[in-house]
Structure formats: structure tokens, C-alpha cells
Design a protein around this ligand. Structure first.
Ligand SMILES: [Zn+2]
Length: 426
């Protein structure tokens, strides 16, 4: 066999599997999972004490290339993702130029083939230039290889255009991913509207700006039958709307980011611009609801919204700095330390949210270790201990809100198509 991981705890919800076993890989595919494999591997890994899962997929990331290579490139971003335990990332179209055409989609995939050790799944724009006016060439981009459409960052305001986009997306069986944000309602805000925005004298973003678009999308998803995915859901009310829609069998899924699960708007008191993201950090009640929603399965996916910005761009007054934080290299450790080890989230849920569900939503032949499937594997050491240091990131950017945090539990090996592409010393 090409590679055998010996005696790790294999957690694969797609097969209802959670047991100590040997995992054998041959020709880039999972060959066999058995209590003990007699055959020898050309390479063998002692995985005792480690957790073996189907490869984690970050379905919401910004790789910045083409256009902002000072902040990140496809090469640096995918290296950071591999280091962070991800075997694949879906990249949002808000590059320069915007990924609204076959040419840009093909460029991204071509570049990824040249420089990336992991899979890159481009997301195409909903509208031309993400200007919100006319639909982009979705069919053309689909043929070139996009896995979803989104105008993330410049969300579609016009509900008629959103309706048409949903109708159109069903022809190609593409999910529509929406960054829910009513621009008029949110206008000029730089943090959550509430107690802390009042105390700090900063312009707030009304949480209703998100919730109104979540409700709109649920209603349009019911009407059109489209598969709709809510990006980085951040408020208790948004979650309530998603819960209700799911109960009514509307095809609506959603994701949450580690920062919205771990930080509140009280952090903005520091004026640290690495606490500025969109949607903004919310209240403690929102955080509690999101944690419950993830544990119960109402929230389908954990995604990073990895949004690299170079230091100079972030070194501005809070209200003038750009939104966004990096996430590839901290996401899994944060979730392991603060939730799995703390007993708030099962490993099964973690794997569902980072692998099984993103693969299902994006219709990727991934998210499973069933024999015959692509051998994309994430290996986690529950005892891996380290301190977050932006200076050590493989990413070109360091804008993390978690600088200095000490975490236990994290990815130590990333395997793509049976090849070990990244390791960390335990
Ligand atoms: Zn977004």
C-alpha cells in the first residue's frame, strides 16, 4: 500500500464510524479501514492517540489572487490552509478582477494546479462585477469549474435579481451562498449596534440588516426551490429563521465562523482592528445561541471566512480599517480547544461541520473515508499544544484576533489524494 495510518481513532460520520483502526491508502484512494491491516505500507504512520477524519474543507475563504497578492496569493493561502489542516478551500469571487467569468475561474484553477498542494474550489459571482445589476455568466463558469455562486462582500440587494439568480442556479444545481446584509440598514456601521457601540461612540450595524436578508432568502428559496446557503450567520434571530425554514423543509443551510463562536462585541473596547469583521462580533447572547445551534446541528458548517489584509491596511482607526480576519491556521485548534475538549461539541459534529457537510453542500466527492473515495485526510492530535503567533503563519497576512492564545488540540498532518502535504511536530 502507498500509505498506512496505524491505530488512529477514525471518525467518519458518513459511515457512522468512530473506532480505532488502520487506514490503508492506495493510488490516492482509501483502500481499506480495518482493526489491523496485515499488508505493509510503503510509508507508515504511527497514529496512536491521533484522530483521523475525512479531509476538512473550508467553504468560505478569500485567497486574494488575482489582484491583492500583497495580502495573499493562491500559493500562500493554500499553504496556510494545508498547515491549518484543510485539504480543500472554496474561494470567494471578490478578487480583482471579480471572478464573474470563465476566464477568471480558469485562471484560478490553472494557478492552483501549478502552486497548490490542496484542492481549490472557486466560487463564481452572482452578478457581473458583483455590482448587483445583471447576472454573471453562471453557466460558463459552471463549465469552467465553479462549485457555487455568491456576491459575498457585495451582497445582492435587489430581491428580484436574487430571485432570478436562485431560479438560474437550479438549472446548474449550484448552491447560492449569501452574505446577508441589507446595505441601507447597515450603512456606515463598523461594529455591532448595541451597548458597546453606544459606549464607544462608534457607528453600529443593526443586526436586523443580516436577519432581514436571511428571511428574504428563506422565502425565495422556498419559492424557487434553489439550494441556498447563508454565509457566516451571526445572530440569534438569524438562527431562528434558519431553524424555522429547515422545519418547513426549505433547502437552506448555514455556516458559522470560529470568531463568531468565541468573541463578542465587548472585544472592540480595545479598538484592535483585528476585532473588526463583517458581520461584526455580536453579543454574548448571540454567541451562546450559535454554540447551541452548532452542537444541535441547526448550523451545518464551520467556515473561516479567511480574509487576509496586509498590516498597513489594518493599521488605521477602527472605523476606517477594512473588515476581516485570517482564519486558516487557527480554526481547527480553536474548535478543538474551546469546544471539543471543553465538552461542548462532539468530534462527530466537528467532522460533520468541517468535512461531511461542506462536501455535501458543494457536491464534492469528498467528506468521506469510505473505501474507494479520494484519500483526503485530516489528522488531529488532541494534545497538540501551541500558542498562536501571527508571525509564524504561512499566510502572507497576520490579522488574527487570537494572537497569543494558547490552544490544545490541532491538526498535525494533512493528506491530499494519499500524499502527505503538511505536517506539524507534536
Ligand atoms: Zn462575507
Amino acid at each position: 500500500m502507498q500509505l498506512i495510518l496505524r491505530q488512529g481513532r477514525v471518525v467518519d460520520p458518513s459511515q457512522r464510524l468512530d473506532k480505532v483502526a488502520d487506514l490503508g491508502i492506495e493510488d490516492g484512494r482509501v483502500a481499506e479501514i480495518a482493526p489491523r491491516l496485515r499488508r505493509k505500507g510503503r510509508k507508515e504512520v504511527d497514529a496512536r492517540g491521533l484522530i483521523i477524519t475525512p479531509g476538512f474543507i473550508d467553504m468560505h475563504a478569500h485567497l486574494r489572487e488575482p489582484g491583492r497578492e500583497d495580502a495573499e496569493t493562491i500559493e500562500s493561502g493554500t499553504n496556510a490552509a494545508a498547515q491549518g489542516g484543510f485539504t480543500g478551500v472554496a474561494c470567494m469571487p471578490n478578487t480583482q478582477p471579480v471572478n464573474d467569468s470563465e476566464a477568471v475561474t480558469s485562471f484560478i484553477l490553472e494557478r492552483a494546479r501549478e502552486v497548490s498542494k490542496i484542492a481549490v474550489y472557486p466560487i463564481g459571482a452572482i452578478t457581473k462585477g458583483s455590482q448587483g445589476e445583471t447576472l454573471a455568466e453562471i453557466g460558463e463558469m459552471r463549465r469552467a469549474g465553479i462549485v457555487a455562486v455568491s456576491d459575498d462582500g457585495h451582497p445582492v440587494q435587489n430581491s428580484q435579481i436574487m430571485r432570478r439568480a436562485m431560479e438560474y442556479s437550479t438549472i446548474f444545481d449550484l448552491p447560492v451562498i449569501d452574505h446577508c446584509d441589507d446595505r441601507d440598514l447597515a450603512a456606515g456601521g463598523c461594529m455591532n449596534e448595541g451597548y458597546y457601540s453606544t459606549v464607544l461612540g462608534l457607528r453600529g450595524i443593526n443586526p436586523a440588516a443580516e436577519e432581514i436578508h436571511v428571511a428574504r432568502d428563506a422565502i425565495l428559496a422556498r419559492q424557487t426551490g434553489a439550494r441556498v446557503h447563508i454565509a457566516h450567520l451571526s445572530t440569534r434571530q438569524s438562527l431562528e429563521i434558519v431553524r424555522r425554514a429547515k422545519k418547513e423543509k426549505i433547502s437552506l443551510t448555514c455556516e458559522v465562523t470560529p470568531h463568531h463562536l468565541l468573541l463578542t462585541d465587548a472585544e472592540v473596547v480595545s479598538y484592535n482592528t483585528n476585532m473588526k469583521m463583517n458581520p461584526p462580533l455580536r453579543t454574548a447572547e448571540d454567541v451562546k445561541a450559535l454554540v447551541d445551534g452548532l452542537a444541535s446541528g441547526a448550523i451545518d458548517v464551520i467556515a473561516t471566512d479567511h480574509a487576509p489584509h496586509n498590516v498597513n491596511d489594518k493599521m488605521l482607526e477602527f472605523d476606517r480599517a477594512p473588515f476581516g480576519v485570517v482564519g486558516f491556521e487557527t480554526a481547527i485548534s480553536l474548535m478543538m480547544d474551546r469546544f471539543v475538549r471543553a465538552g461542548k461539541l462532539s468530534l462527530r459534529r466537528l467532522v460533520l461541520a468541517f468535512s461531511t457537510n461542506p462536501a455535501r453542500i458543494l457536491r464534492l466527492e469528498r467528506g468521506t473515508l469510505a473505501p474507494g473515495s479520494c484519500a483526503d485526510v485530516t489528522v488531529i492530535d488532541p494534545e497538540f499544544h501551541y500558542q498562536v503567533k501571527g508571525a509564524d503563519f504561512a499566510s502572507r497576512s497576520r490579522n488574527t484576533p487570537f494572537e497569543g492564545w494558547t490552544l490544545t488540540g490541532g491538526p498535525v498532518m494533512t493528506i491530499v489524494k494519499g500524499r502527505i502535504v503538511s505536517t506539524r511536530q507534536t
